[in-house]
Design a protein around this ligand. Structure first.
Ligand code: SAH
Length: 458
């Protein structure tokens, strides 16, 4: 028999919050029934209104705070409530660090049944603002002028954004300038309903080390009205611009990029570096959005790999080869595999750019390519994985268990799938030695982890 739900929709009730979910919602329990409430913090007492009631859990809205958490702060961003891009600006940065640590510890115990592992305090940023090196914003029209910003919650109305506090200032400047310039030349914004208008999105990329800027205009139409004038104004108004690119997306879709990309002015790529490795970044390349913290994360991966110069390393899910190239500096040989062909092209180009010759990259599924390498005599001492949010493919985990590398370094952007995969590796003879969470995305609920596993029979 199902227990009866103790609250009803539209009830006003007083609650005490006990916890914070990985989505940043406060959790309060009424007779064991959990209610999730956005913007509420653990320890707070409040009156809430019950908004939605499901069988096992419900949602509420904060009505009145009786007692505030000592970690509550006033968000600096004027559009925090409307935007939704950040979820934790109302929590002090110290509070964010503690909440992320607890989240990692909790899922390791709950999902992975891993309780005796050392989880270090989160490595955060000294200044947890203005860290993103890439902005991509939709463009709309309001009273005849162009607006660029973000979609209003649960709608496709675009709200104008003058500044985004987690963006590098240069990206703010680019978005503002390009919006004005295009508006002045009468460029019409794309309209989803009528499928008319030209400009869909503006993207800005900034090389934090190099100071180089790329501007990408994503348009519905192959032609950009007043293209030459617009280019000239962009060059004049934005010092540091090295590349102006157009991408054409003529489809009715909410996917941002289309298939056709052309350089309108300047270079095809901008450059940036992480540590001593340089990267060429094109309009469509994947590149980590927080380079400072990427360095912190990859330094940890390098430390855990414990390389002496004699090791063979495999980087499964290698993307554009960021981790591979980082590790190649200390390894005998690194093999990287990745499913997206363009990413492997970038990886090879980046290896050449840095004069790194002890790496080999191959396109394919990690779970297919690694066993093939194994058969041809490639035996990894260290295997690094950095999978997407869904975690490692189960057949890759089986491959690891049969190949038995001495060490596995698991870089993860999702603690829940990390915990699931660590359990499988532990059951197959590995021991999780330590886990280091790194804050790559301050003010949001995301947390990255670098974990070290060693074989127990070592
Ligand atoms: N370490 C990389 C990024 C990893 S993101 C970097 O910093 O650049 C995860 C990557 O795994 C993505 O590039 C995705 O395309 C790739 N991927 C997803 N499934 C895969 C599979 N089955 N085999 C190999 N690569 C895969």
């Amino acid at each position: 028999m199902n227990k009866q739900v103790p609250v009803q929709r539209n009830d006003y009730i007083d609650v005490v919050f006990e916890d914070l979910t990985h989505e940043g919602h406060g959790v309060a329990k009424v007779e064991g029934y959990p209610l999730f409430v956005p913007k509420a913090l653990p320890g707070e007492k409040a009156k809430i209104k019950v908004i939605k009631v499901n069988k096992g859990y419900g949602f509420g809205r904060l009505i009145e705070l009786y007692e505030e958490s000592p970690d509550r702060v006033v968000p600096d961003c004027p559009i925090y409530e409307a935007c939704g891009g950040c979820q934790l600006q109302h929590l002090s940065y110290g509070g964010q660090m503690r909440a992320k640590l607890k989240q990692v510890q909790d899922v390791l115990a709950r999902i992975g049944k891993i309780e005796d592992v050392l989880v270090h305090p989160v490595l955060g940023m000294e200044n947890p603002w203005r860290y993103r090196n890439k902005a991509q914003v939709p463009v709309g029209e309001l009273e005849g002028g162009l607006v660029a910003g973000f979609y209003k919650h649960r709608s496709h109305d675009i709200i104008d954004m003058e500044t985004c506090l987690i963006q590098q200032e240069q990206n703010d400047t680019v978005i503002q300038a390009v919006k004005k310039i295009c508006g002045n030349y009468g460029v019409r914004a794309y309209d989803e309903t009528s499928h008319k208008g030209a400009l869909r999105h503006i993207m800005a990329r900034y090389g934090q080390r190099s100071g180089e800027i790329m501007v990408v205009l994503i348009t519905r139409t192959p032609e950009l009205p007043h293209q030459n004038e617009i280019i000239q104004e962009i060059i004049q108004q934005i010092p540091g611009v090295k590349s102006i690119v157009q991408n054409v997306n003529s489809k009715r879709t909410n996917v941002i990029f289309g298939d056709q990309t052309k350089v309108l002015w300047g270079e095809e790529v901008i450059y940036d570096s992480i540590g001593s490795i340089r990267f060429a970044i094109s309009a469509r390349s994947f590149y980590q959005v927080n380079p400072d913290q990427t360095k912190v994360l990859y330094d940890k991966a390098l430390e855990y790999a414990g390389l002496t110069g004699n090791e063979t390393v495999i980087d499964a899910y290698c993307g554009i080869g960021t981790i591979s190239l980082f590790l190649a500096q200390k390894a005998k040989k690194v093999y990287g595999v990745e499913i997206v062909p363009e990413a492997i092209e970038d990886a090879k180009r980046n290896a050449a750019l840095n004069g790194i010759t002890n790496v080999e990259f191959e396109v394919g599924e990690a779970e297919q390519v690694i066993p093939k390498w194994y058969k041809s005599g490639v035996h990894a001492d260290v295997l690094v994985v950095d999978p997407p949010r869904k975690g490692c493919d189960s057949s890759l985990l089986e491959t690891i268990l049969s190949m038995k590398p001495k060490k596995v370094v698991y870089v993860s952007c999702n603690p829940a799938t990390l915990a699931r995969d660590l359990r499988i590796l532990e059951d197959g003879g590995y021991k999780t030695v330590e886990v280091q969470p790194v804050d790559m995305f301050p003010q949001t609920t995301h947390v990255e982890c670098c974990s070290l596993l060693v074989r127990e029979d070592n």
